[in-house]
Design a protein around this ligand. Structure first.
Ligand SMILES: [Zn+2]
Length: 180
């Protein structure tokens, strides 16, 4: 056996030359390569997550598509605000408490607000809260903080400003009735 017949270890310059070629019938029917590495489930940038169907604040999956409203009225000026969902239980409750308290404080100082605007916003928020209460506790995605839940509406002093127009209405009705 001569030196040229001896098997040689591969050197970096060696180009790989396949000894066999895959047959055409195999190449035609071979299964395509698998998708690239799957994205981790906890990844914030997971493109598989449909954020439009998740909580707008914390991206939790357990949501309902409710709208949260507030109303403000002063003499001849009125303003309504709304936050379209979907919302999870915690984020929705937090905003309902905030918006309802603002309505109870600032929503009465215009005749149309007193009769229509503020009651409509409060009724809508109460209906939204009933739907949110049926949801399980949300699990936010990493990197999406949830707002502070805050105190219930009746534990917030500004909400009791609503007693002023309520007392005025009762006094007005009592005055009208007393003339009958
Ligand atoms: Zn949320």
């Amino acid at each position: 056996m001569t030196a040229s017949d001896q098997p040689r270890p591969h050197s970096p310059g060696d180009a790989f030359v396949p000894k066999y070629r895959l047959p055409d019938w195999y190449l035609d029917h071979a299964t395509p390569p698998a998708d690239p590495a799957p994205v981790a489930w906890h990844s914030v940038d997971n493109p598989a997550i449909d954020f439009a169907a998740r909580c707008r604040m914390c991206a939790a999956a357990e949501v309902v598509p409710v709208t949260i409203r507030s109303h403000q009225g002063l003499l001849v000026w009125m303003r309504g605000q709304s936050l379209d969902g979907p919302w999870c239980r915690r984020c929705g409750t937090s905003f309902i408490r905030k918006y309802s308290t603002r309505t109870l404080c600032l929503g009465w100082w215009n005749p149309l607000s007193l009769l229509v605007g503020a009651p409509a916003a409060l009724v809508a928020n109460a209906a939204a809260y009933r739907q949110l209460r049926r949801l399980p506790p949300p699990v936010p995605l990493p990197g999406h903080p949830q707002p502070d839940l805050g105190r219930p509406v009746l534990q917030r002093p500004p909400a009791y400003v609503a007693l002023i127009p309520l007392a005025c209405c009762i006094a007005l009705i009592a005055a009208l009735v007393s003339r009958i």
